[in-house]
Design a protein around this ligand. Sequence first.
Ligand code: ADP
Length: 267
Amino acid sequence: FEVQIGALPMPDGSGPNVVLFLRDLTAARRLEAMRVDFVANASHELRTPLASLLGFIETLQGPARNDGPARERFLAIMRTQAQRMTRLIDDLLSLSRIELREHVAPTRIVDLGALARQMVDAQAPLAVERGVAIRLEAGEGTYPVLGDPDELLRVVENLIENAVKYGGRTVSVALSRDTDPRRGRQVVLDVRDDGPGISPEHIPRLTERFYRVDVASSRQQGGTGLGLAIVKHSLNRHRGRLSFESVLGAGTSVRVSLPEHPGRDDP
Ligand code: ADP
């Protein structure tokens, strides 16, 4: 607690009263600790590829100066490390932009069905490369929500990409409608995979910045550990909800629900 003592003049002009202010600082301290943690994590994540780049530069200037094949190999690794840093910086910037806008409600009507279709098509090459089949299940009509199309596209992209990267052989992207007793009509997007699943103790932490279930596998997949944090903040802005259901050995299902815009034009 922070304690402050002040004097408050009385409205009737009688002598000042002494007032004691007690302010609960727990939340403020926790926020400050999270900020410090975040800066430390981000610095560490940037430092790792940077250290590797410096090491290769020194080797290329010294022992490997005249070794043609080694040069090619090292340059390829350096390129991967530089790409990793670029992705990390892009994700950090996206996250801070989304946080800045978090309290500004989006105003455009967006068809979540069209976005999902667009993303399923865009992810097809990655899926083919990994031998994963993606299918889209959507009913008739549109799935209108109030949203920022770029941000929602990114949400769908992150979820499909995770399902392809960490999942099994098939990914299904399904759209449906639902009525929630408290939140009213919702548009629901489910991204399901038949991969190894996520054990329950990790689930509540998945949307934390830099949280990964398996750091090595995330790095190998080119992950930054920021994807689901970006998804969560975007959904806050859209009054959306995110939930995970996962069974070890059977697969994971990630659900996004967003308030349906009443201007639906389907039957
Ligand atoms: P990353 O950049 O590492 O993919 P995310 O924030 O998108 O970061 O995801 C956090 C972690 O959650 C991932 O590193 C991975 O361990 C786990 N994860 C996410 N989606 C899935 C999934 N569909 N199946 C299994 N694990 C997943």
